[in-house]
Design a protein around this ligand. Structure first.
Ligand code: BG6
Length: 486
C-alpha cells in the first residue's frame, strides 16, 4: 500500500451534493485505508456561515448513509481531524484571507483545488486564487462536468482557468473513467491478444452503450432543466466509454498516449447533418409512471422544472466512426432517467457465423456477444454458442462469466476515490484533456442546435420504461435490437 504525499485539498462547494455524497466519503475511505498521512488537510469551503464543528456534524450526518458499513466512529474521528471549514463567498477576493492563511502554513505542499460548484464560478475562483497568490507549481485544479453548455462556453471557461493553471495542472473529471469495469475493459483489450484481431468491423456487428438510471431529479430539477441528458451524460460519460471501446492501442499508459488515441476517435465521429439528427437521434421526456414499484410524477411536475419544459431526460443516438477499423459499425448510445433499472453496460455484438452448418433453425441466428457491466453488478460476460444436451443438434448461448466481486475479494475503489488519489499524485491519464472535451462538444453541437431549432417536443415515455418507442426503431431500421439480457 503506497501512502499519498502530504496534500492540502480545498473543496469549493463543500456543503453541496457532490461533496457530501461522493468526495468526502471517498476521502474518508482513503483515510480508512491508511493512505492519508495525518498531516494532510481537507479544507472545505462554502457560502454557509457555520463553525468547523457544525460543518463536521453536518458532514457526518449526511455522509454516513453513503458510507454504509464502512463507517466507524474511530475512522471518522481520524478523518475529521484532517478537515477544516471556511465560510466564504468565492466571488469576493476579500473572502480568501482565512483560506490563504491556512494554506500559507505549508507553501511547499501539493494543493488540489476541487471546483465542485456551478461552472459559472470557475473563472472567478481561478482569478481570485491567482490574485491571492495561492496557485503554485505544485497546485492542481479539478473541474466537474459539464464544463459549459456548448463549445463556445466551454472554451471561455477553459481559457479563464488556463490563465492561472497550465494544462498539466487541470484535471477535468469524468467519473466514468474511474470505474473499475472501465479499467478492466482497458485490461481486457490491451492485456490480452484474444480480442484484438476481432475488435474491428470485420467481426463486430454493432456496439451498444447504455447508462440507465431509475432515479428522477432528486432535487436537482433546476440544474437538470437547464442541462438535459445529452449535456449531462452523453457529451461526457457515454462518449468517453465509446472512446475506450473504439480507440487504437496506445503506445503506453502515459496520459498523452491514451488521450491522443481517445481524441482521434472523437475526431473521427461522423458529423451529424440536420437530416441525420432527425433519423439518428431520439430524445424523450418521462411522463408519470412507476419506479421500484411506486408511482412517480412526470418530469414537468418535478420541483425546479419548467411546466412546459422541452428538456430531454432520455437520449439515444446512432454514432458512426469514420476509420478503417470501424467504418459501417453503428455505435448505439442511450441514457435516461426514470428507466426500469440502474443499468450501465457496454455490449459488443459480434457478427453471426458466415455459414450456419447446423442450419438456421438450430443456430437460431445467435452470435457471440461480450457484455461489460458496470451496474448493478460489475462483470464481464462472453456469450458463446454451445450444443444443448440431448439428441438433437440444437444450439444455445452459454456465457463465460467473470464476476469481479467473486473473482477478486479486495474492496473495490469507488470511481471518485481513484480519481481524487490520481489528482493528488498528479496522474492525468484518467482525466479529459481540453482538446478531447472540445471535440466532444463539436460533435454534439449539431444535435443541440437542431433540437433547439425544431418545433418538436421530446417524445414521451412512461417513467419505468426503456424510453420512447422510437429508441427501438433507431436499431430496428438496421435490423438490430437493444440487448435485453438483464
Ligand atoms: C452525473 C450526472 O455525472 O452522473 C448525474 O450529473 C447522474 O445526473 C450521475 O445521476 C450518474 O453516475 P453514476 O456513477 O451513479 O452512474
Amino acid at each position: 500500500m503506497k501512502s499519498l504525499p502530504d496534500f492540502d485539498m480545498v473543496l469549493f462547494g463543500g456543503t453541496g451534493d457532490l461533496a457530501m455524497r461522493k468526495l468526502l466519503p471517498a476521502l474518508y475511505q482513503q483515510v480508512k485505508t491508511g493512505r492519508v498521512n495525518p498531516a494532510s488537510r481537507i479544507l472545505a469551503a462554502a457560502r454557509r456561515e457555520m463553525s468547523k464543528a457544525e460543518f463536521l456534524a453536518l458532514a457526518e450526518a449526511t455522509c454516513r448513509p453513503f458510507l454504509g458499513e464502512a463507517y466507524d466512529a474511530e475512522t471518522w474521528n481520524a478523518f475529521a481531524a484532517r478537515v477544516d471549514y471556511f465560510p466564504m463567498d468565492v466571488r469576493k477576493p476579500e473572502s480568501y484571507g482565512p483560506l490563504a492563511a491556512a494554506l500559507g502554513v505549508h507553501p511547499e505542499r501539493i494543493r488540489v483545488f476541487y471546483y465542485s460548484t456551478a461552472p459559472e464560478f470557475f473563472a472567478t475562483m481561478s482569478a481570485n486564487l491567482g490574485a491571492a497568490g495561492l496557485i503554485s507549481t505544485r497546485s492542481r485544479v479539478v473541474v466537474e462536468k459539464p464544463l459549459g453548455h456548448d463549445l463556445d462556453s466551454s472554451r471561455t471557461i477553459n481559457d479563464a482557468i488556463g490563465e492561472h493553471f497550465a494544462e498539466r495542472q487541470i484535471f477535468r473529471i469524468d467519473h466514468y473513467l474511474g470505474k473499475e469495469p472501465v479499467q478492466n475493459l482497458l485490461a481486457l483489450r490491451f492485456g490480452n491478444v484474444l480480442f484484438e484481431p476481432l475488435w474491428r468491423r470485420e467481426w463486430v456487428q454493432d456496439v451498444q452503450i447504455t447508462v440507465a438510471e431509475q432515479l428522477g431529479m432528486e432535487g436537482r430539477g433546476d440544474f437538470y432543466d437547464r442541462t438535459g441528458a445529452l449535456r449531462d451524460m452523453l457529451q461526457n460519460h457515454l462518449l468517453q466509454l465509446l472512446c475506450i471501446v473504439a480507440m487504437e492501442p496506445p503506445t503506453g499508459s502515459d496520459p498523452d498516449a491514451v488521450r491522443d488515441e481517445k481524441l482521434k476517435v472523437l475526431r473521427s465521429l461522423k458529423p451529424f447533418t440536420a437530416a441525420d439528427v432527425a433519423t439518428k437521434t431520439v430524445r424523450g421526456q418521462y411522463q408519470a409512471g412507476a419506479a421500484a414499484g411506486m408511482p412517480v410524477a412526470a418530469y414537468v411536475e418535478e420541483s425546479g422544472v419548467d411546466a412546459d419544459s422541452r428538456t430531454e431526460t432520455f437520449v439515444a443516438v446512432k454514432a458512426e466512426i469514420d476509420t478503417w477499423r470501424w467504418a459501417g459499425v453503428p455505435f448505439f448510445l442511450r441514457t435516461g432517467k426514470r428507466m426500469p433499472d440502474k443499468l450501465a453496460e457496454i455490449v459488443i455484438n459480434f457478427r453471426p457465423v458466415p455459414h450456419p452448418i447446423f442450419g438456421e433453425s438450430a443456430h437460431g441466428g445467435r452470435a457471440n456477444r461480450l457484455i461489460i457491466r458496470m451496474q448493478p453488478d460489475e462483470s464481464m460476460r462472453l456469450y458463446l454458442v454451445a450444443k444443448q444436451p440431448g439428441e438433437a443438434m440444437a444450439l444455445q448461448p452459454v456465457n463465460l462469466n467473470l464476476d469481479f466481486a467473486e473473482s477478486f475479494r479486495d474492496r473495490r475503489l469507488e470511481a471518485y476515490e481513484r480519481l481524487l488519489m490520481d489528482a493528488i499524485r498528479g496522474k492525468l491519464t484518467l482525466f479529459v484533456r481540453r482538446d478531447e472535451q472540445e471535440a466532444a462538444w463539436r460533435w454534439v453541437e449539431p444535435i443541440l442546435d437542431q433540437w433547439e431549432a425544431s418545433e418538436d417536443r421530446p417524445r414521451n415515455y412512461t417513467a419505468g420504461s426503456w424510453g420512447p418507442a422510437a429508441s427501438s426503431a433507431l436499431l430496428s431500421r438496421d435490423g438490430l435490437a437493444w440487448n435485453e439480457e438483464y
